[in-house]
Structure formats: C-alpha cells, structure tokens
Design a protein around this ligand. Structure first.
Ligand SMILES: *[C@@H]1O[C@H](CO)[C@@H](O)[C@H](O)[C@H]1NC(C)=O
Ligand SMILES: *[C@@H]1O[C@H](CO)[C@@H](O)[C@H](O)[C@H]1NC(C)=O
Ligand SMILES: *[C@@H]1O[C@H](CO)[C@@H](O)[C@H](O)[C@H]1NC(C)=O
Ligand SMILES: *[C@@H]1O[C@H](CO)[C@@H](O)[C@H](O)[C@H]1NC(C)=O
Length: 388
C-alpha cells in the first residue's frame, strides 16, 4: 500500500489505522496482554476456595457429606500400632527451588503474591509451603515415618524439621528436565541404599517415592504387610493413554526389592530418554512407565479397568498395582465422569492447578482436626482450577 488515495482506500487505511491504534492502546493499558492472550484459561483460576456439590452422594462406598461435614468417619486417625513394631517407612520426594534472577525479580512485586488464609506467598515460598504441608500430613497420619528430600545441591533449602533429611543429589534440575531428573534421583538414591545395606544389613526401611503435592490421609504401612511379596508398587487408573501415574512408587526395603526397583526404573529411564524426551515435560515419565508395562507380552490391560490391587511380574520384578482411587486419588479433570471419593482413600494428589486446595485443606484440618470433614472439603472443591 503506497498511498491512501481514493475513497475506498481512505476507508481501508482509516480502518487499518484504527486497528493499529487499538493494538497500541491495548499495549499501553495492559503491558502483559500479549502474554495473557494465549492461556485464556488462566483467568478462570480462582484465588479463593470454591465449594461445589459433593459428587458421589447416595453411591455405596463413597464418602457421604453434609456440607463439609462427613457422614462417614470410618477408619481415619485410628493410628495403627503396627507402625511401632513393624519396619519403618520413609517418604522420598524430589524437590528443587527455582531462584533465577527473573523469578526473584518477579517475586519483589506484590502483584505476584498469592494469599492463603492470612499468609501471602511469593512464587518461591509457594513450593516451600507445599513441601511443608506435605510433611505436616505425614506427621499427622504416619508419625513414625521419615521424610527424605532429594534436593538439588544448588538450591539453598533451609528446612529444619523433625524426621526430615535433606539428601543432595547432583543433576540437571531445570524445568524441562525435572521429570527425567526425578527418575535419575530415585535411581541414585536406591543405589546408595543398596550399598549401605551391603555394609550394614539388618535395619529395613521401606520407601514410598511421591510427588510433594500429595496429602497422606491414612496410614500406608499396611501395604507392605497385606501384600508381602511385591518388590515395588505403582498406582494405576482406568485411562487408556495414561494408565499409570509416577507420583506414587512404593519400594520394599529388602536388598532384592531395592535392586529390582532400581533396574525397573532404569528401564523406564531408558524408554523415557529414547522415546519421550519430546513429550510434554509433565507427561514423559507417565508415558514411559506405561510403555514399559504395556510392552510386557502377557500383560492384560483390562486389569486396569477395575479398581482392585493385583501383582504382576514385570522384567523379573514383582510389581504390585494399586488403584489410584485409593492410593493416588485426584478428582477427574474437566467434564470427566466423577463418582465421588472412595471411602478408603489414603492419598490425595493435588495435581496441576489444585495446589491452593492443598494448603486450604491443611488450614481446614488444623482448625477442625477431622480428616473426614477435610475430605468433604476436597471432594467439593477438587475440580476448581486454583491460582496457587
Ligand atoms: C456412610 O454414611 C451414610 C450416611 O450416614 C450411610 O448411609 C452409609 O451406610 C455409610 N457407609 C458406610 C460404608 O459406612
Ligand atoms: C493395638 O494395641 C492394642 C493394645 O495394645 C490392642 O488391643 C489392639 O489389638 C492393637 N491393634 C492392632 C490393629 O494391632
Ligand atoms: C494466622 O493464622 C494462624 C492459623 O490460623 C493463626 O495462628 C495466626 O494467629 C494468624 N495470624 C494473624 C496475624 O492473624
Ligand atoms: C525431539 O525434538 C528435537 C528438536 O525439537 C528433534 O531434533 C529430535 O529429533 C526429536 N526427537 C525425537 C525422538 O522425536
């Protein structure tokens, strides 16, 4: 367009000018609008607790709620005395803090603060808060157990808590590699334990590797007694693409089991590196895990359709498959069918944008001291996307 002569051209040019002017005014008033246009859903994230109806009311074996009062108080918080006599359990989680100059600069702005209850959190403080609540729940429901944090030696984690150990592991902890690094850290940790056991056999500790955005709401020690023959345990759900979730992996503390678990995870790591490095950084490990299982010639995938524990041999390892419904429960995303919360739920996973709910749940529990009531709160608000 070289000139704006003629009536039509004038109209065209005038409209163009209007559009350009509009674009510039948008830039002026909302300097971040370019960033915000793409993920439109971001606007829907809630900065406060939203309670909807409780799903699964009237269904058998589902938690029944009246408001956030649970009608089934079942077995929660009846501490099993088994944990006093049995083997000890350690929860193991990978944790890192991103404190790039960009992040810490952003953290200075009050607009980046997120408030839960009466506390405001910067981005960095949010991950620490999640980690602390993760530990809080374990202290309540499994007071005998330890927490081991596999951490980036670079991140200055200052965490002074009882029965919590920091365990630095060298690696690549940038966001894109974190899921890969997580498996590597698990393997490195199991390897160290193997060496320690060879030098000092006798003391058995079982390990439960989890994400830190979970709440353990019941004692898990029974897994190791009820199913005495597995080497490692995974959680499954009835989902064709992603039947397995890597957010919960239990490993029996015997040298044989630790070795089997290590070899199994090495297989997963290899598949991940070969096939799924380009998958979304959040999904690669789930996909690699599923690939390893599905590639077993005799594995019957139909077993995933029923929420019932079973054991299979996978590459020489005895793998216990535990239903996510009980051991890794998360409300379905979006419009998925939602039949409520099973009465025997033991682990709640605050996946994705549910992190605020994790903190709100802890606050609720701190004042109400009732896990079942808290589960009603989670059931009613678990499908909301939160900002935390
Ligand atoms: C759960 O509570 C409801 C309402 O009180 C009751 O009808 C139901 O039988 C209870 N379920 C179990 C398994 O106890
Ligand atoms: C717990 O200990 C009490 C008394 O010490 C005993 O009566 C009860 O049977 C034990 N419960 C379990 C589940 O072992
Ligand atoms: C913030 O909340 C906590 C727990 O509910 C309470 O102990 C504390 O006193 C509160 N602090 C303020 C300043 O309100
Ligand atoms: C992964 O992506 C990179 C570049 O995006 C490409 O060069 C590479 O071939 C891809 N690898 C696989 C296995 O698809």
């Amino acid at each position: 367009m070289r000139s704006c002569s003629g009536w039509r051209r004038f109209l065209l040019c005038f409209s163009l000018l209007l559009i350009i002017f509009h674009i510039f005014s948008v830039f002026e008033f909302h300097p971040n609008s370019v960033i915000e246009i793409a993920p439109k859903k971001r606007n829907k994230k809630s900065d406060h607790l939203v309670l909807g109806p409780a799903a699964g009311q009237g269904l058998p074996n589902r938690l029944q709620c009246q408001g956030s009062k649970a009608l089934n108080k079942s077995h929660f918080l009846t501490p099993s005395n088994a944990s006093n006599v049995g083997d000890s359990i350690s929860f193991v989680t990978v944790f890192t803090i991103y404190s790039t100059s960009l992040d810490s600069h952003a953290d200075d702005k009050s607009s980046n603060l997120v408030t839960v209850g009466n506390v405001s959190y910067t981005k960095k403080e949010r991950s620490m808060a999640i980690l602390n609540v993760f530990i809080n729940f374990i202290e309540v429901t499994m007071p005998q157990s330890n927490v081991i944090i596999l951490a980036d030696p670079e991140s200055d984690l200052s965490l002074q808590r009882n029965k919590v150990t920091l365990y630095p592991i060298q690696g690549e902890y940038n966001r894109d590699k974190l899921m890969l690094q997580r498996i590597r850290s698990y393997i490195a940790f199991l390897n160290t334990r193997l060496k320690e056991l060879a030098q000092n056999p006798g003391h058995t500790s079982h390990y439960i590797f989890t994400d830190s955005d979970i709440a353990v709401v019941d004692d898990l020690e029974h897994i190791f007694q009820k199913f005495p023959n597995f080497h490692l345990a995974l959680t499954f759900r009835n989902n064709r693409e992603q039947p397995l979730n890597s957010g919960f992996i239990a490993v029996r503390g015997t040298p044989e089991s630790i070795l089997r678990a290590k070899i199994f995870l090495q297989d997963v790591l290899e598949v991940y590196t070969l096939k799924y490095t380009n998958a979304s950084r959040m999904l690669g490990d789930h996909l690699a895990l599923a690939w390893v299982i599905k590639s077993q010639p005799n594995f019957d995938l139909r077993r995933f359709s029923k929420a019932q524990a079973f054991i299979e041999e996978i590459d020489g390892a005895s793998v216990l498959f535990l239903p996510c419904a009980t051991y890794n429960w998360t409300p379905p995303e979006g419009a998925g069918q939602f039949r409520g919360m099973p009465l025997d739920v033991k682990v709640v996973h605050f996946k994705g944008s549910r992190k605020r709910l994790m903190l709100e749940s802890w606050n609720f529990f701190s004042s109400a001291s009732d896990i079942s009531d808290m589960l009603c709160l989670i059931l009613m608000s678990g499908r909301t996307r939160y900002d935390f």
